[in-house]
Design a protein around this ligand. Sequence first.
Ligand SMILES: [Zn+2]
Length: 297
Amino acid sequence: MRVIGMISPSWSGSTLWNLILDGLPGVTGVGEDHWIVDHRTFNRPYYCTECRGDPCPIFTPAALEEIADCAGFPGTWWPALAKATGCDTIVTSDKSPHHYERFGLPDICMVPYKDMRAHVASFVVNWLRKNKSIWDKSGTLMEDVNPTDAEVQEGIPWVVGNYNTVLDWAAAKGLPVHAVKLEDLALHPYRTLRATCGALGLPLDFTALDFTARPHHHIGGNFSVRFHHGKDYPTKGVERTYAHQWQEKFKGRIALDDKWKSILTPEQAGAIMQDERVLALETRFRRLRCQEDPFLP
Ligand SMILES: [Zn+2]
């Protein structure tokens, strides 16, 4: 069996990638499977993100217990997930090296990343302004999510530092690493999926890009296909949070994330792109990206 392990900070596009790669033949994207055991510590749900209260054909209570029991025994975690899912290739969006140290190293690392301006904006909205940003029905931002310059300067080292930490870890372990940029997926989905499958040794199937067209079963993640992209999406009686607005924009499709343009000032965006730490990280990413075929759509 093979394990493709994503390594990245939060809000890098890992949930979307997990769902897309889950659509490849013989591959299961299990999501943030560490919650299967960590729910005990952090009191977070560990049921299937898609099935929630309904019976899940993959992550049954018995299967979840069996997997959780493997946590203290390195080398048994991934085979238990392969047994539960019936797939020899496991994609995991656990992201933190801490989890791979506990469960077993992946065969290859995938680093999902995105435009540094978008990632700093994600840090501001999801961390500094968490649960405070609300949009009205016209899409106007009701709460202030626009960061101060000092907050942008706080976000840059958070984003860059977290990426460098996971890249340093993979390098120290001697693991092969493939970096893939979210904007490439949004702008050139076919060639980016082909390049990614080629680099990760996964079977290519372009229908996987239509990730809402098939059922999924995964743990954790920033959204659910069923509840955020499907018929169970709550359209009434819910708080119009920034997250809900995001989900409407991206509902059922892979769209370019340009929210940062309404969050950052042009000066702040420029400062991020000229920051030496950002430039050094971009250089590091470019070395880890595989060649894309320019003739594919
Ligand atoms: Zn399920």
